[in-house]
Design a protein around this ligand. Structure first.
Ligand code: AMP
Ligand code: MG
Length: 513
């Protein structure tokens, strides 16, 4: 690997604790602490993402690079550090959180001027680990590795994953939080992003009334990641809030398009530059259900369910508005922006759904059809991805009446079949009225609807195989995620098999990772 880091912007600009003191503690006023990664006796290479490495000009992996991938025996030019952030978890102020098991390795700069941060996840405890061990298990590392790459190839803004290795250590986790702790293999991934800054970083300084550093942090964010605002100079902070509001709405619409449910949309898991960040108990929507949450901890309130993500993102933006208020000082402006989120979101959502059905634009007649479609989805709960695959290949005059059967998790009674028929008739009528050819419809649909999504049961099976030392399924999935809109690997295009219906790790997940 060719690793040339630029000077650490964080350590150069912001108040930091350089003591390398390992103790877990509160560090008011500071943004980062230097950290020594844990010593792992026997790290083992698993995977290196060559395409991403190429894009980041990091070169090929050679066996001596394993040290870097596992954060071991680091050269003296690398000054690992972790950052402090705060946040609202499940609606409550949680105070200082911070990178409990993420450690920054450094920042690289590409020829086009763009910078990318590299970060280990699972490389040991930091001052922010609270009662945690700073480790990650293979299970959660594989999930983050594959899902973040899957999101990238779906065209959704996200952090990415460069490498995966085992630490050689076992880590104890109580997966179901039911008093049955078990040893699991530990792992480290390296993830990359232009920035890992979260809403929670702003909340951290604002809550302490550290306005000088808050300002510095927002200036830094704008200067580095929002050059379009930087050149304007006027009302920079307002402009940032406007843009992040839209980016966040766009992100949730994109999640909804493919059926991604994050599972833990706490403000510390909301990216300050609009990325999908922190892959934990996420899930792809299978049977359509707006109440679906993959996270067992979330089941009582379903705060982070599929159909709640838009509202929760807005709630999180309120918290960001509060945090930035000392810099923006205009409650009317912030209130209006937050209000306008609703209209913006609904408009983007309608457009996205129209595209899913193969229409270019939205109008009143399409909205009427979308209402009917929504009602049908709620009532019949077909598999979200398969429904659109089947709709794409459906032909008004030739498709048989069992065409949609493979996408249902139950057999439909007569009434339910009539609902599908009625939807299809209205749909066909509208396509005809709008002179949309089959070719146009199919093209729009195939660009919008993934054929393949990374279902939790596939990840579960892949992880079970990996634990036995078999990489085949990992490679198969890594291949499939790179071509989600045209995947032809039929073994991966099925609805969730019944045997996985109640399997922990498939339909339900805990935060244990
Ligand atoms: P969230 O991402 O909102 O679930 O918050 C999780 C918080 O717990 C973050 O501050 C994480 O860094 C921290 N955390 C999670 N797992 C561990 C772990 N095994 N060791 C230390 N900190 C952890
Ligand atoms: Mg987190």
């Amino acid at each position: 690997m060719n690793l040339t880091f630029i000077q650490q912007p964080f350590l150069a600009i912001f108040p930091c604790d350089y003591s390398y003191h390992p103790g877990q503690r509160s560090i008011p006023k500071y943004i980062a602490c230097t950290v020594q990664p844990a010593v792992f006796p026997n790290p083992e290479f698993i995977f290196y993402n060559e395409k991403l490495a190429h894009q980041l000009a990091l070169g090929e992996y050679q066996s001596q690079d394993l040290n870097f991938l596992a954060a071991q025996n680091l050269p003296s030019n690398i000054k690992p550090y972790s950052t402090a952030y705060a946040g609202h978890q499940f609606g409550n102020w949680a105070g200082q959180l911070g990178d409990g098991r993420a450690i920054y390795a450094g920042t690289i700069q590409l020829d086009n001027g763009k910078t990318y941060e590299l970060q280990w996840k699972g490389a040991g405890a930091t001052p922010f680990s609270r009662r945690g061990d700073g480790r990650a298990v293979l299970r959660s590392s594989v999930r983050e590795f594959l899902m973040s790459e899957a999101m990238h190839h779906l065209g959704i803004p996200t952090t990415r994953a460069l490498s995966l290795c085992k630490t050689g250590e076992n880590v104890i986790r109580d997966i179901l939080y039911n008093g049955n702790p078990q040893a699991e293999p530990g792992a480290v991934i390296i993830r990359t992003a232009e920035s890992f800054l979260r809403f929670g970083h702003f909340e951290w300084f604002s809550a302490q009334n550290e306005i000088e550093t808050l300002k510095k942090l927002l200036d830094f964010t704008i200067q580095n990641y929002f050059p379009e605002i930087e050149v304007k100079k006027e009302n920079k902070y307002k402009e940032y809030f406007k843009i992040i509001t839209k980016k966040t709405a766009d992100l949730i619409v994109a999640w909804q398009r493919v059926g991604f449910v994050h599972g833990v949309m706490n403000t510390d898991n909301m990216s300050a530059i609009g990325l999908t960040i922190d892959y934990g108990p996420f899930g792809m929507l299978e049977e359509y259900n707006e109440e679906y949450t993959p996270n067992t901890t979330d089941i009582p309130g379903r705060r982070y369910a599929f159909g709640a993500q838009a509202q929760i993102a807005q709630w999180n933006l309120w918290k960001l508005a509060n945090a930035l208020f000392p810099l923006i000082n205009d409650a009317d402006f912030l209130g209006q922006e937050l209000e306008s989120y609703n209209d913006y979101f609904l408009q983007k959502q309608d457009e996205m759904n129209a595209h899913k059905l193969g229409f270019e634009k939205v109008d009143a007649s399409i909205i009427t059809l979308l209402d009917f479609w929504q009602e049908m989805m709620n009532k019949l709960q077909p598999d979200y991805t398969l429904f659109f695959s089947k709709l794409e290949t459906w032909e008004y005059h030739t498709s048989d009446k069992d065409h949609f059967n493979p996408c249902f998790y139950k057999s439909l009674d007569e009434n339910e079949q009539l609902i599908v028929q009625e939807f299809l008739e209205q749909y066909a009528k509208l396509l005809l009225e709008k002179n949309i050819t089959e070719e146009q419809r199919k093209e729009k649909m195939s660009q919008t609807n993934p054929k393949f999504v990374l279902r939790n049961y596939l990840l579960f099976e892949c992880i079970e195989e990996l634990k036995m030392g078999n990489m085949n399924m990992f490679h198969q999935l890594f291949e499939a995620i790179q071509n989600p809109y045209h995947c032809t690997d039929e073994t991966l295009l099925q609805k969730r098999p019944e045997r996985h219906n109640d399997q922990p790790g498939c339909s339900t997940l805990s935060c244990s990772s």
